[in-house]
Write a protein that binds this ligand. Structure first.
Ligand SMILES: Cc1cc2nc3c(=O)[nH]c(=O)nc-3n(C[C@H](O)[C@H](O)[C@H](O)COP(=O)(O)OP(=O)(O)OC[C@H]3O[C@@H](n4cnc5c(N)ncnc54)[C@H](O)[C@@H]3O)c2cc1C
Length: 449
C-alpha cells in the first residue's frame, strides 16, 4: 500500500519537546522516511522554551529499559552517534554503596557491557531532534475536542486543529490538568535533589572504589550522595570561594566571566569531571537558597556523613560554580494511575506518570511510552495499519504503559526511601535490607511475569 492508495491525511500535534515528545516525533519521522506510514502524515512538536534549560548540562543515567527503547527509536547510525558523543567511560549502571554495612544492596544490579550507561542530555536531545518538525517558544494553554478534531490553543494567540494530540508536557502538564482535573498536581515528596559537578582529576580520588560507575554514599544525616566519575581530559579546578562570590546574585546565577572557560569545556561531554547528585530532605525555603549556600550545605552534609578525607577535600576545592542546581521531587503515587481514556488525546512520559530521579525510571518511562505509542499509531487504520481504528487500540497502550510505570515507580521510590531515612527507621530498614540481595532480581522477575 502507498500513501496515494490510501489518499488520507492525518495531523498529529505533540505538546512538549522533552524526551518523550521528541522520541515520539523522531520515531514517527523515521517510520515515514522508511515508508512505514501509508497516510499523508504531519507531526509538529510545540515546545514552550525557546532555549534549553540548564538541565541539559547534566549527564543522564540510562537504565536498561531506556536503552532498549532508544535502540528501537533511533536508527543504528543515530544510536551509534549518541553512544560515541556521550562516551563517559562508565561501563556499568550498578551502584556501589560506600556505606560499609550496605555494600551488598544494589550489588546484583550491575548491568555491564551495554552502552551507553550515561548520556549527555544535550547530545541526546540533539539526536532526537533530527528530522523532527519542532517549533520552539510556543506554549500551549488549552486543548479541547471539537467534533472530529482537537483544537490546540497557544498562549500568544492563535490555534491549530489536529486529528490527534499527544500531551508530552511533563510533570506540570496542562493537558493532564484539563483531561483529569483531580490529577492536576502530582504530590511533592519531602526530598530535594541537588546536582553539581566537581573538576577533580580521578587520580586525586584514589579512594573512590568505583571508577566506572555510580558510587553511592548513604548518609546518617538523611542524605545520599551519588558520585559518578566521568572520563576525559581533566578540567582546571576552581575553589568554592568563586562560587560563594556568586551567592549575592540569586539562586543558580549564570557563571561569571572568570569561569566561562570551564563551562565551555564542560559543553564537551567528554570533558573530565565528576558528577554529583545528592538527595536531601526538603526544608522550608530550600528553593530560595543561593548557589553558594547550597555549596556550603553540601560540604557540611558530606563532612557529617563521610570520613573519607579525599572526597571531602574534592568537594571543598573543586566544585564548579554555575553547575549547582536544585529541584523539588514530584512523583506519581503507587496505585493512583489516571483512568484509561479513549479519544484523540493521550498523555505520555512525566505528564502521565512522574518518576522520582532514582534508578533511571523517568527516561525509561518516557522512551518506552514513545515506543509503545508509535507502534500503536503505526498499526492503526488512521496511519494505514490493519489492527483497527486508533480509539480501539489506545486502551491497550494505556494498560501496558500503566502497568510498566507502576513497577518503575515502586522500584524508584524504594531506592529513594532506602537512601533517605534517618535514625531508628533507617537502622531498622537498612538492617532488614542487609541480606536482601534478592530484592531487585525478585521484583524484576515478578514484573516480567
Ligand atoms: C533532577 C532530575 C534528575 C533526573 N535524572 C534522570 C536520570 O539520570 N535518568 C533518567 O532516566 N531520568 C532522570 N530524570 C527523569 C527524567 O528527566 C524525566 O522523567 C524525563 O525528562 C521525562 O520526559 P518528558 O518528556 O515526559 O518530560 P520533560 O522532559 O519534562 O519534557 C516536557 C517538555 O514539555 C514542555 N512543556 C511543558 N508545558 C508546555 C506547554 N504548555 N506548551 C509547550 N511545551 C510545554 C517543557 O518545557 C519540556 O520541555 C531526572 C529528573 C530530575 C528532575
Amino acid at each position: 500500500m502507498t500513501v496515494d492508495e490510501t489518499n488520507r491525511s492525518f495531523k498529529i500535534v505533540i505538546i512538549g519537546g522533552g524526551l518523550a515528545g521528541l522520541a515520539t516525533a523522531h520515531s514517527l519521522a523515521r517510520a515515514q522516511r522508511e515508508g512505514r506510514v501509508f497516510t499523508s502524515l504531519t507531526v509538529t512538536v510545540y515546545e514552550q522554551r525557546s532555549e534549553e534549560s540548564s538541565f541539559v548540562k547534566y549527564p543522564m543515567h540510562i537504565a536498561p529499559d531506556a536503552r532498549s527503547a532508544l535502540q528501537n527509536i533511533l536508527s543504528p547510525d543515530s544510536y551509534a552517534d549518541l553512544v560515541s558523543r556521550s562516551d563517559y567511560g562508565i561501563t556499568h549502571g550498578g551502584i556501589t554503596i560506600l556505606t560499609p554495612q550496605l555494600t551488598r544492596l544494589y550489588a546484583s544490579q550491575k548491568y555491564e557491557g551495554e552502552q551507553p550507561q550515561y548520556v549527555s542530555r544535550g547530545v541526546l536531545k540533539k539526536v532526537l531532534e533530527e528530522g523532527v518538525d519542532l517549533v520552539k517558544g510556543r506554549r500551549v494553554v488549552r486543548v479541547r475536542e471539537v467534533e472530529e478534531k482537537v483544537e490546540v490553543v497557544f498562549e500568544e494567540g492563535g490555534s491549530e486543529l489536529a486529528d490527534f494530540v499527544i500531551g508530552a508536557d511533563g510533570v506540570g502538564s496542562i493537558v493532564r490538568s484539563q483531561l483529569f482535573p483531580t490529577h492536576s498536581q502530582f504530590p511533592l515528596l519531602p526530598h530535594a535533589v541537588v546536582q553539581f559537578k566537581l573538576a577533580t582529576p580521578l587520580s586525586r580520588l584514589s579512594s573512590l572504589p568505583d571508577k566506572h560507575g555510580n558510587n553511592l554514599i548513604l548518609g546518617t544525616q538523611s542524605s545520599s550522595f551519588q558520585i559518578v566519575p566521568l572520563a576525559g581530559t581533566a578540567l582546571p579546578t576552581m575553589t568554592p570561594g568563586a562560587a560563594l562570590n556568586l551567592s549575592g546574585q540569586g539562586p543558580f546565577a549564570e557563571p561569571d566571566n572568570s569561569i566561562k572557560d570551564i563551562h565551555t569545556a564542560l559543553e564537551d561531554p567528554k570533558s573530565g569531571y565528576i558528577f554529583v547528585r545528592m538527595i536531601v530532605p526538603s526544608f522550608t525555603g530550600w528553593e530560595d537558597l543561593t548557589e553558594g549556600a547550597w555549596i556550603e550545605k553540601a560540604i557540611k552534609l558530606l563532612k557529617d556523613d563521610v570520613a573519607d578525607h579525599q572526597i571531602v577535600t574534592a568537594f571543598e576545592e573543586d566544585i564548579i560554580p554555575g553547575t549547582v542546581a536544585a529541584w523539588g521531587i514530584v512523583s506519581s503515587s503507587v496505585g493512583n494511575s489516571m483512568p484509561c481514556r479513549e479519544g484523540r488525546l493521550v498523555l505520555i512520559g512525566d505528564a502521565m506518570h512522574a518518576m522520582p530521579p532514582t534508578g533511571g525510571a523517568g527516561g525509561a518511562t518516557a522512551f518506552k511510552d514513545a515506543e509503545g505509542l508509535v507502534n500503536t499509531l503505526l498499526s492503526s487504520t488512521e496511519l494505514g495499519g490493519t489492527d483497527g481504528p486508533l480509539h480501539t487500540l489506545l486502551p491497550t497502550f494505556y494498560e501496558e504503559s500503566t502497568a510498566r510505570s507502576e513497577q518503575y515507580l515502586k522500584d524508584a521510590l524504594h531506592r529513594l526511601e532506602v537512601s533517605n531515612q534517618s535514625g531508628f527507621q533507617a537502622w531498622i530498614h537498612r538492617g532488614l535490607l542487609k541480606g536482601m540481595d534478592w530484592y531487585y532480581p525478585l521484583s524484576h522477575w515478578v514484573a516480567s511475569l
